[in-house]
Design a protein around this ligand. Structure first.
Ligand code: 6PG
Length: 472
């Protein structure tokens, strides 16, 4: 008897996804490059309909046609390699689904290559980590709509559900669009993580709160407008102690890793000419953290005694905790406004016809950035589907007008105390730039024209102008 689905790659995500598919009633062929992993999975799941294969050829021939194969391997050259191998065996109409965090341009290229062979290719963004893969991730499929139709019911079954009935899986668009949306999900994930970390550091270093107090604050925040998976896990992380003795967090090396999706989001923002400053700063903040040796040397030569000249009364901690909450929420709004604006420009540039409301909907469960705020985004797009920038909606305008002083205060106090706040200060700077009728870009234009005759436009008459700035 042939299997209905195949999964290649038995890493954490691959094995959990295979189990998820099996739990929905499918028989699943599994394959991993090294047989050890496959053997362990079979040993640990003796009652499951997971059928192991140790050669690609046998794996392929074990599948019913049209074959449906999930590729769950690390993004990069290995994906090209396995596609090369698989394309020797796959037949017209078979469907290959890349569920890794592949770079969207690679997906566009692979889609083209496989479509010439009439093999269907779906670039599937999957979010939700290990637990999501097993119990229901948020799914972002991109590729040909015909191929999508064939696997739609399977994807629906394995996806997360919001409020038990709304499925967190929607067709995103052609070729690389699914992986692009996943990439931007991760970009916003980086931004969320960075602003939470900056606020945590502020509360710890300026207000001198203990990890237990902080844990309680984050868990309180999780009951309100900030409610989200990342705030929730942060409260647990802060409360975690080893044998009830010391806070585990305090013993973690402060060097942040990354696997590239934040970098790609930032690079693409630069390519598209969109100011996604918060994602970019979040990536740079991780990079700065990796300069640990230089930081150690610098910490010895630069004074770290900050007087805190900004006048504020620490007597009433609650007021500052509330200020921090508002600063965090407002910067989250600015982060998502930037992220969704980048999605809009990418959609126009790459002709994807993205539906932003649907994208916000599939982020509501299963994925890492699930949060209550997404509901506000959904409301905005249902009112104004073509809105240029989320910040211009009345919900955001209202929050901004009420919270901007708090964000400003937290950044001012933080900087005054020597606390690095790259993403929070990017948030307030973006806001100040965004709301300004006049920016000093006139001077930049004049300088460009002065040294390179790049010309400029005027506000009082149309046309293109050049001035001989240095001639008497
Ligand atoms: C998800 C996560 C997942 C993974 C990131 C982490 O949505 O499930 O985003 O994809 O955690 O790849 O990326 P970094 O290692 O770059 O932080």
């Amino acid at each position: 008897k042939q299997q209905e689905v195949g999964v290649i790659g038995m890493g954490i995500m691959g094995q959990n996804l295979a189990l998820n598919i099996e739990n929905k009633g499918y028989r699943v062929s599994i394959y991993n490059r090294s047989p050890d992993k496959t053997n362990i999975i079979i040993k640990n799941n003796p009652t499951k309909n997971l059928i192991p294969y140790f050669s690609i050829e046998q794996f392929i021939f074990s599948l019913k046609k049209p074959r449906v194969i999930f590729l769950m391997i690390t993004a990069g050259v290995h994906v090209d390699h396995i596609i090369q191998v698989l394309s020797n065996y796959l037949e017209i109409g078979d469907i290959l689904i890349d569920g890794g965090n592949s770079f969207y341009q690679d997906t566009v290229r692979r889609d083209l290559y496989l479509s010439e062979k009439k093999i269907n290719f779906i670039g599937l963004g999957i979010s939700g980590g290990e637990e999501g893969a097993l119990k229901g991730p948020s799914l972002m499929p991109g590729g040909s709509q015909d191929a999508f139709k064939i696997v739609e019911s399977l994807l629906k079954k394995i996806a997360a559900r919001f409020n038990d009935n709304e499925i967190c899986m929607e067709y995103i668009g052609p070729n690389g669009s699914g992986h692009y949306v996943k990439m931007m999900h991760n970009g916003m994930e980086y931004g969320d993580m960075q602003i939470i970390s900056e606020i945590y550091f502020f509360l710890k270093m300026v207000l001198h709160l203990t990890a237990k107090q902080l844990g309680k604050i984050f868990s309180d925040w999780n009951m309100g407008e900030l409610s989200s998976y990342l705030i929730e896990i942060t409260s647990h992380i802060l409360m975690k102690s080893d044998n009830n003795q010391y806070c585990v967090l305090d013993y973690i090396l402060d060097v942040a890793d990354n696997k590239g999706t934040g970098l790609w989001s930032s690079k693409d923002a630069l390519d598209l000419g969109v100011p996604s400053t918060m994602i970019t700063e979040s990536v740079f903040a991780r990079y700065l953290s990796t300069l640990k040796n230089q930081r150690i040397q610098a910490s010895k030569v630069f004074s770290n005694v900050f007087e805190g000249k900004v006048n504020f009364d620490l007597e009433n901690i609650d007021i500052f905790v509330e200020k921090a909450r508002k600063a965090l929420y407002l910067s989250k709004i600015i982060l998502y406004a930037q992220g969704f604006y980048q999605l809009k420009i990418s959609s126009m540039t790459y002709h994807w016809n993205l539906n932003y409301q649907k994208i916000a909907k599939i982020f509501r469960a299963g994925c890492i950035i699930r949060s209550n705020f997404l509901q506000e985004i959904i409301n905005i797009y249902s009112k104004t589907p073509k809105i240029e920038n989320l910040l211009l909606d009345s919900y955001c305008v209202n929050i901004i007008n009420n919270y901007q002083q708090d964000l400003r205060d937290i950044v001012t106090i933080g900087i005054d105390h020597g606390i690095p706040m790259p993403a929070l200060s990017a948030a307030i700077s973006y806001y100040d730039g965004f709301r300004s009728l006049m920016l000093p870009a006139n001077l930049i234009q004049a300088q460009r024209d002065c040294f390179g005759s790049h010309t400029y436009k005027r506000i009082d008459k149309s046309g293109v102008f050049h001035t001989r700035w240095l001639s008497k």
